[in-house]
Ligand binder design. Structure first.
Ligand SMILES: [Zn+2]
Length: 233
């Protein structure tokens, strides 16, 4: 037959373990969901893909425009040097047109080069983003099996604790339980501690000789400093 103090101490042990396992279960369940980092990495890849598509389309449209211009330029040049034009005004106009087309071509070639560089940079960014995502996904997948097993073990243990607590409660008076629960709320979950030599296991302060005597006699008392229930182990 356990004493009143022993029952309360046992209850504290069950509840402390329950608290710790619940905290761990919350962590495990968070790790089982996709992390913010993973979602962020996926968004980065999508963004980089859109950027590459946009720049590829720009490059293609500049290439088409340049090709059209080069065709037009070579037709004008052919006409200019073919000797079919006899009128000096017509010749001068065509020369001016060829010069304008050449300037336009120069500009388009510069734009095209810029577009190609931007596209290469965007592809580089996309590759890096993909690698980062692959790395995070591989890490995440590798941990899933382990985390799922831990989650199941934790749930199982929490169920055992719940059952053990229910059995134990039949041996604890409603008054003691109320004091215990009140202390648990106010004292960071720790209501019952053991006497550690001469000091309270909760606050570390030495107990008075009279309390020590009481603990020896009754196995239970209250710390005058932190108010927790002290039991003799
Ligand atoms: Zn104390």
């Amino acid at each position: 037959m356990m004493s009143r103090g022993e029952y309360l101490y046992r209850l504290q042990c069950l509840d402390s373990e329950d608290d710790a396992r619940r905290r761990r279960l919350t962590e495990v369940e968070a790790a089982l969901r996709e992390s913010e980092a993973l979602k962020e990495a996926r968004r980065s890849v999508e963004h980089a893909q859109a950027q590459v598509r946009k720049l590829a389309a720009r490059q293609q449209s500049l290439e088409l425009e340049l090709k059209g211009l080069v065709d037009k330029l070579s037709a004008s040049e052919q006409r200019l040097y073919s000797g079919v034009l006899k009128n000096p005004k017509e010749m001068a106009d065509l020369e001016a047109e060829v010069a304008a087309l050449n300037r336009r071509r120069q500009k388009l070639e510069d734009d095209l080069l810029e577009a190609m560089i931007a596209r290469e940079e965007a592809e580089e960014t996309l590759n890096k983003a993909r690698k980062h995502l692959d790395h995070l996904e591989a890490d995440w997948s590798a941990r899933q099996a382990e985390l799922t097993a831990e989650q199941q073990a934790l749930r199982h243990r929490l169920e055992e604790l719940r059952e053990a607590r229910e059995v134990l409660l039949s041996d604890i008076s409603p008054g003691d339980l109320q004091v215990y629960q009140n202390l648990r709320r106010r004292k960071g979950g720790l209501a019952v501690v053991t006497l550690q030599g001469d000091v309270c296991g909760g606050c570390g302060i030495a107990v008075s000789p009279s309390l020590k005597w009481q603990l020896r006699q009754e196995g239970i008392g209250y710390c005058s400093h932190c108010e927790r229930i002290i039991v003799m182990q």
